[in-house]
Design a protein. Sequence first.
Length: 288
Amino acid sequence: MGSSGINAEYMGIMDPNGNLFCSCDKHRIEWYVRKNLGTIVHENPLTLKLSFQPISPSSPQEQAEENKSYTEPRERCCVACGATRNLLNYYVVPSCYRQHMPKEHKMHRGHDVLLLCEGCHDVSTKKAEKVKKMLNEKYMKSAGSVEEELNRKKLESAKNMAENLMKLREHEESWGISRAKEKVLEKTLSLVNHLIKQGIIKPLKRDNEISDEELKEIMKSEIKTIEKPSGEPGEIIVKSLDDIAEFIRMWRKWFIENMEPKFLPKGWSVYYKMEKDFEKLGALSKNK
């Protein structure tokens, strides 16, 4: 962990012409070998040559620029402070989220694995925990539970109004309170109609009329608890996202703003998006 200089574990993938296409880990190279999609051409550094021409939507110049952080060996230093000892891998997008993302967002996550020294790693991890807590509060309290709480409050109001309406009816002749009764009835009906639409209470037998029996049923009504989503918090949050790519960019921006890294790999970018799916592209290329 205390070594410096070029990463000794740097490994690469070349296209059939011998051009370095990207860097990767040993597991990815072994996958290509097992699938007969390439052959090992160098042992140190471990390098594989693809047996098919990878397809890219970009021009060669654009592709070279996009892949700069993948095709150049990374310096073994803390990207935040430049320290070269006691280095640890740091996941800009926390693994608790990344592991639950679709395949296309997991294959090339190496862009978001950076080196930090122990001190910077500890600082960033503690700060990230605060963000995770905020995300939990935002997404774990699902829309269903918010709606449930709102309906619960409305039902309680309807119960109170139903009880008051019952009392007003009982004492209407002696108290002379027909106008007050009409106002309470109007408010009660408004709430009751909302709760009927939500399926919380039964429909009235007659529109704009509530019998004493129906008032008693309303006073006994209860809200059924909506079942909370199951699974790990990270999984629930990822499933709730409208835009996973934007979520990834959010974490990258957060890292830049909070750690102010001065030694990022060449080509590293908040907006980097690797669009190659090697397995799919390999199959397409072979079928041509």
